[in-house]
Design a binder for this molecule. Structure first.
Ligand SMILES: [Zn+2]
Length: 73
């Protein structure tokens, strides 16, 4: 079984991937929906970035470059 350790890029807490997938896309009405603009993950530059909570996702969304390592080009 491949179980990569993922951490929140904002606060460095470990992320429960199953939980993140389960809660991703919770709408205002509590329904589940797969939507890259909702939930505890974010589709950023071709990759899913996971967060431990929505507050961290919001912070990341404001300034992604601040939380991601610089890319080698
Ligand atoms: Zn976090």
């Amino acid at each position: 079984m491949n179980s990569p350790t993922m951490k929140c890029p904002v606060c460095s807490k470990p992320i429960d991937l199953a939980g993140a997938d389960a809660t991703t896309g919770e709408t205002a009405f509590g329904a589940r929906e797969v939507d890259p603009t909702k939930g505890t993950r974010l589709f950023h530059e071709g990759e899913w970035v996971y967060f431990d909570k929505l507050a961290c996702r919001t912070k990341f969304n404001i300034a992604p470059a601040r939380y991601l390592p610089p890319k080698a080009q």
